[in-house]
Design a protein around this ligand. Sequence first.
Ligand code: HBI
Ligand code: FE
Length: 299
Amino acid sequence: METLNLNPVRKHGCADPQAVAPSADWTIDQNWEAYTQEEHGVWKTLYERQSKLLPGRVCDQYLDCMKQMPITADEIPDFRRVNDLLMKHTGWQIVAVPGLVPDDVFFTHIANRRFPAGQFIRSKEKLDYLQEPDVFHDVFGHAPMLMNPAIADFMQAYGQGGLKALERGILPFISRLYWYTIEFGLVQQKDGIRIYGAGISSSFTESRYCLEDDSPNRIGFDLERVMRTDYRIDDLQKSYFVINELDDLFELAQIDFDPIYARITDQPTYTPDRIVPGDRVLHPGTLRYHRQKAARTED
Ligand code: HBI
Ligand code: FE
């Protein structure tokens, strides 16, 4: 088991994260005191915008957990305070990083119940554009779900699975699983389909599009199917996969992926727009959004 080393405090708000020589585990101090009023203001804008949208769209567990957390509109959350609560509930911690970290570093943290969270916040000029996960995506989107025991266990299993997959050179299978659950997952609730993926809950556009737009497919979750499905990181998704309940992730955290890898390794990959035999289709997408976009860029 890796231990968290204590790093020197680094300069806050470094424009080029790559310019900072990384420590072995890439963690930096959050240096909360150094956030500017403008940065807290960006947080407030994003927080208020999302908080208005999420009730009725995000799953009950997210809202319940968020209510308990020291996360408000007024300021970028202090990781020390968030961690006190997370530790009590599920033993998770968030650790500050400058941005995207290498896969092996990411998985090692996750396997040890540490979630790497971007220290920086996006600029107020580009509220909806994110090249790397920032503190709003990571803390507003991911932290509340880490209070949920099923997500907590599944995430750790993902870290362990990721390390294994990396060794064997079969990373895409497990990355797709993460993408279509933790980042872009939907869950069936009594009163309708709801969001649990952090990529959606932290996005102004996608939190409505994923549920209300006719364009994307909404398909019942199936592990092998998802592991065979490509994804796009730079646009709204063409397909979402819906789990029956969050507790299903407990089971998913226990599954031995080896026989599954063996079975799907030689099978073709699905493009993200497709509906395939065996799919439990909840909503067949019109794909209008992506068609129109493609037409626009052709001429
Ligand atoms: N680093 N900070 C950060 N956050 C991520 O979500 C992240 C990462 N590095 C790698 C990574 N995700 C993905 O490539 C893996 O989930 C596969
Ligand atoms: Fe994320």
